[in-house]
Design a protein around this ligand. Structure first.
Ligand code: ADP
Ligand code: MG
Length: 354
């Protein structure tokens, strides 16, 4: 372990700074002292975020294992994104940008047009990043512009890397809450013939907890899940994960299309209406797996009625959103979902405790 790494670890273990926990990392906010600043080439006493990965279930694709490689390119073009200053094994040190996280300011409220314009401008900035500067994608990555193959790659990922590998722990629960076993195969069959759009850099996780706001301007953090693909996928994940209502979705779509057109990216908007619906449907469809697993795993060992009720509500919301996309004829009611979660908790949870 390098000296910088040991200094950071001892600072982390002192436990004096702010700790920010996300889905994939625990982040320790700390000011670097003189020695550490010298070692990493930073200004003494500036604030950094020390990022330590959590051991979580894989639920979304991560095609570039090193976020720092992606950030190097991103920060060259999006100056507002905090830089990665050092990579230390599986940990990394990022600049800490002042500002309020949108989820702290506004957990689920309506987003005004001004902020939506900011998001639209962000998507244009991401689209401007030259894709040839990005790290190479995996070997089986769809060819540039093959939007249909891109969507199908995502569907296959959900089936082969999320659904199937988790069946041994969650299969009974997936079945009991009403997810058809062939959900992804059917979805794939029903979503063919997408329009071709050029591939761009996508963040894929632009939600409130990944957005810092300062003086009305935004900075999007957390680039671990960035990929290169069809820009409509980024717009769809953004709209779903922000929790926009129908009206807000329509406004956001118009602003996005307007911003892309003004930037001369007409080809990114072709087939927009039909294909955005498809990506939205996919986002609702795929999220039943992480939503069900996360709800179940969040149950404490000594879970009581209220815990099961809350978990069941979470599952029920996810199933409700996936009803149309997965063409579900019947979704179990809350009571049946509580029962399914109790059964899972009794038979599987103790052995599967994370
Ligand atoms: N520069 C920052 N300023 C304020 N809060 C931050 C900052 N960076 C991260 N956070 C908070 O920490 C959380 C987790 O950070 P993030 O980089 O998104 O990690 P994860 O990969 O675990 O989601 C964020 O959702 C946000 O609430
Ligand atoms: Mg995050």
């Amino acid at each position: 372990m390098s000296l910088a790494h040991s200094l950071l670890e001892s600072r982390r273990l002192q436990g004096t700074g702010k700790v920010l926990k996300g889905h994939h990392n625990t982040n320790y906010v700390l000011r670097v002292g003189l020695l550490l600043a010298l070692l990493i080439g930073a200004v003494p006493y500036t604030r950094f975020k020390y990022r330590v990965p959590l051991n979580t279930i894989e639920v979304v694709p991560r095609i570039w294992p090193c976020e720092a490689d992606v950030l190097e390119v991103v920060c060259r073009h999006l100056r507002e994104v905090p830089r990665c200053r050092a990579v230390l094994g599986d940990r990394s040190l990022h600049r800490y940008r002042r500002g309020k996280v949108l989820s702290d300011r506004d957990f689920d409220g309506v987003i005004d047009d001004k902020l939506m314009r900011e998001f639209a401008a962000f998507f244009v900035r991401a689209a401007k990043v030259p894709v040839e500067e990005l790290p190479p994608p995996p070997e089986d990555w769809p060819a540039d512009g093959d939007s249909q193959a891109f969507l199908h790659w995502l569907i296959d990922f959900t089936e082969q890397r999320v659904h199937q590998p988790n069946r041994h722990r969650f299969g009974g629960l997936f079945d009991a809450v009403g997810i058809p076993r062939g959900a992804m195969a059917t979805f794939k069959e029903n979503h063919q013939g997408l329009t071709s759009r050029p591939f761009r850099l996508l963040h894929t996780d632009v939600h409130r907890a990944n957005v810092l706001v300062r003086r009305g301007r935004i900075s999007v953090i957390d680039w671990e899940l960035a990929i290169c693909g069809d820009p409509l996928h980024d717009l769809a994940t953004h709209m779903v994960r922000m929790g926009y209502g129908k009206q807000e979705q329509a406004v956001m779509t118009d602003l996005w299309a307007q911003a892309m057109t003004e930037a001369d990216y007409h080809d990114l908007t072709s087939g927009l209406d039909k294909d955005l619906e498809t990506y939205l449907a996919f986002e609702y469809a795929q999220s039943v797996f992480p939503d069900v697993m996360r709800a179940a795993l969040a149950l404490p060992g000594d879970a009581e009625k209220a815990h099961f009720q809350a978990a069941a509500e979470r599952v029920s919301r996810a199933m409700g959103r996936a009803r149309e996309p997965l063409m579900l004829v019947e979704v179990p009611d809350l009571e049946q979902i509580v029962e399914a979660l109790r059964e899972w908790h009794m038979t599987t949870a103790p052995r599967a405790a994370p």
